[in-house]
Design a binder for this molecule. Structure first.
Ligand code: NAP
Length: 248
């Protein structure tokens, strides 16, 4: 499996959930993967240990994607140690759910900083090495909630909708330099982020999914690997839903 052989990739929030699935898939496909985490260094080390003798390799480091200077340092580290940057996956994200009347300013700010400002931070710094190489693929993790909205998630939905506008604009801006930018809109995927949801909310989600089950991190990773690879070289500016038909 060598779909990403020779590619140097940066994935934010790779220690758990969807990000960890993407790290494993990219390494299995031969990539050199740098991934960040916010605080779970143990989980990052366990993930690296679990990769065994897969063809690629993974390097983990702490970096807060919501901080502009940290994003700059993260991209510099990748280029210094990896020699180039071919693929950026803006995956890091958080939820701070609450109904609008109860939502605090902090809950709004934290989510927008971690989910949307982070995409600006990393993309801005990643563009320089990509422009130099006249190639690159930026993949932003949005959500079906960013397309349709969800009660109790106005902050999260706004951040994920913002990612879609950002993705389309950047695709138009840098397409002429062979740099692509796409968004993935997952539906309801089995991770710690969805574990915390109320059973009633889970049941109502499931009743609206034609494929009648939650998605897996492996399924998101497969789509991300395709968008990272040269197999998708004529796809840019798109929002690709992967949701078992939830948004049909
Ligand atoms: P998760 O299990 O909660 O994992 C989140 C990851 O992001 C962790 O690695 C975490 O690091 C990292 N992270 C959080 N804030 C960060 C920051 N400021 N800087 C760097 N890393 C940070 O989440 P998930 O379910 O895998 O979700 C991954 C992405 O998919 C998110 O953008 C989420 O919004 C999106 N998504 C998820 C679903 C779903 O159903 N799960 C659906 C649609 C979209 P630590 O481990 O150190 O905390």
């Amino acid at each position: 499996m060598t779909l990403l052989k020779g590619k140097v990739c940066l994935i934010t929030g790779g220690s758990r959930g969807i990000g960890a699935g993407i790290v494993s898939k990219f390494v299995a496909e031969g990539a050199t993967v740098f991934f960040t985490y916010m605080s779970s260094s143990d989980r990052a080390e366990q993930l690296i240990a679990s990769l065994g003798d897969l063809p690629g390799k993974a390097i983990a480091f702490q970096s807060d994607a919501s901080v502009f200077a940290s994003a700059e340092a993260a991209v510099k580290k990748v280029v210094d140690e990896g020699g180039r940057l071919d693929v950026l996956v803006n995956n890091a994200g958080i939820t701070r759910d609450n109904l609008m009347l109860r939502m605090s300013e902090d809950q709004w700010d934290e989510v927008v900083q971690a989910n949307l400002k982070s995409v600006f931070n990393l993309s801005k710094h990643a563009l320089r090495p990509m422009l130099k190489n006249r190639s690159g693929s930026i993949i932003n993790m949005s959500s079906v909630v960013g397309v349709f909205g969800n009660a109790g998630q106005a902050n999260y939905a706004a951040s994920k909708a913002g990612i879609i506008g950002f993705t389309k604009s950047l695709a138009k801006e840098v397409g002429s330099r062979s740099i692509r930018c796409n968004a993935i809109a997952p539906g309801y995927i089995e991770t710690e982020m969805t574990d915390v949801l109320d059973e009633k909310v889970k049941e109502s989600f499931l009743s609206n999914i034609p494929l009648n089950r939650m998605g897996t991190t492996e399924e998101i990773a497969d789509l991300t690997a395709f968008l990272a690879s040269d197999k998708s070289c004529y796809i840019t500016g798109q929002v690709i839903s992967i949701c078992g038909g939830l948004n049909t």
